[in-house]
Design a protein around this ligand. Sequence first.
Ligand SMILES: Nc1ncnc2c1ncn2[C@@H]1O[C@H](COP(=O)(O)OP(=O)(O)OP(=O)(O)O)[C@@H](O)[C@H]1O
Length: 299
Amino acid sequence: MIQMTDVVKVFGEYAALNHLECTIERETIYGLVGPNGSGKSTMLRLIAGIYRAEYGTVCIDDEPVFENVALKNRIFYLSDELYFLPQASMNSMAKFFAGYYDHFSYEVYHSLCEIFPLDPNKKISAFSKGMQRQAGLILALSCQPNVLLLDEAFDGLDPVVRNAVRRLLVNYVAEYNATVVISSHNLRELEDLCDHIGLLYKGKLLLDKDLDTLKLGLCRFHCGFKKAPSREELSKLDLLKFSCSGNLITLTARGNRDEIEEYLESFSPMFLEALPLTLEEVFIQEMEGVGYDFNHVEF
Ligand SMILES: Nc1ncnc2c1ncn2[C@@H]1O[C@H](COP(=O)(O)OP(=O)(O)OP(=O)(O)O)[C@@H](O)[C@H]1O
């Protein structure tokens, strides 16, 4: 379990993380979203033990991370600015990481090299940006970390590779009882990948929720009536959004989907359909629910 308690990280006069509290359970794929400069990389670097917090504690399984060599051997931080040794190929980087990570597995490395169509003898600097990301992921997983920190890891990956990576991460977490934290400024990138989402804004977690709970708590319906009921007539619903055009109604409500559907059926609609909500829409509703103007958070 990753536990950040009252963490402050300052650069000069600026607090990049401002009394941050966050707990990330094992076997979780945790999506960390937030606008540019909200502190995502800083948070990941603190978890990786690269930065020391000015205040507060950062622990993994109750042990402080900073300067903890044994613990860091089980953590891999894949930076948004990928770094490979000059002139390195994947094979030479594998040798480099094998010298540092006690659990580096050549078996895993070779099997991943077969999944991704990259030449392991070619200079990584000659790879495209997306290929370099793939190389980084292969090497990261081969180190078999308990905690895998991926900073903007999906940048530049095409949909096919993205899908493959998604499957790999899900399997990895289950097989190794690992924790993966992925940062992105794009909610849509994380929607089908994470089971938990944290929204970082100005160095604080504004929202930290299980994805199923988030999605289950809200639903949207589109329905048509001979004579549409007014918003007031639907008083039993906890309505977050309501729009009526003629006899067509689109609404978003908080609550149990089946119960809401049953209630709407009692108004004898001519048709009634549930519409999917995107993660972004769920977030907007949740943020407004806690009195926050989502327009200030640009993704
Ligand atoms: N090494 C540093 N020196 C000075 N300021 C820094 C440093 N690293 C981060 N900051 C500042 O801390 C804040 C948070 O930066 P951070 O890189 O953690 O944000 P981010 O959410 O990862 O942003 P992005 O989505 O743009 O990558 C920013 O205001 C940034 O300017």
